[in-house]
Design a binder for this molecule. Sequence first.
Ligand code: SF4
Length: 209
Amino acid sequence: MSYKFNRGCWVESWEETRLRAALHENDEVRGASARGNCTNGSPETPMLSIEDKIQMARVLYVQWGRALLEDTGIRGLLQRLERDMGFSHEIMHLLWIDSACARCDAAAPEGSCCSRGLENKYDVVLLLLNLLMGVSLDRGRSREDSCFFLGPQGCRLRVRSLLCIEYLCPELEEAPGWEGLLRIQGATGGELETSFLLCDAVKKRIASV
Ligand code: SF4
């Protein structure tokens, strides 16, 4: 499998380890620390499919959704992320980045940069955050050669990985000019920072019990 902007490396995430332990799949996993890994080498443990991760996120949502949404700190961060994402989208729209991506996706035979396999960059907590923000993860892959989350109207997720937020293809990097790039960085920087803070807060809240 080839990725357009994926280096093929992954890290077994905290939540996968913890949730497996919680689900009693393997008692030895309980308390294990997260491990680094790389799909180019020999993974120590098999990488979870995106369907498995979605299922795990749903289990966490059922168990923790209400408590997380009632947590004042997490609620505040969710509201802040909503504002930050709105600002990012506004800048992308003003600089025609969103329409350029849509045009490319419709015209290029291989679709946009949202290639198949990029969904593997998503861990369970990021998917859980999407559920907390009202995203339905019920739909399957729309295009065989594209990311699992790419729908007819673009990305179906709201909370996205650093890779998805930061990446611009070489053409789009040139189009907005230096000033435009600074505006994009300023806008996406806020979204990224708040997503990190939110992930951290959710992990700590779940780990605190
Ligand atoms: S998660 Fe969304 S933005 Fe990222 S590659 Fe998939 S469809 Fe594209």
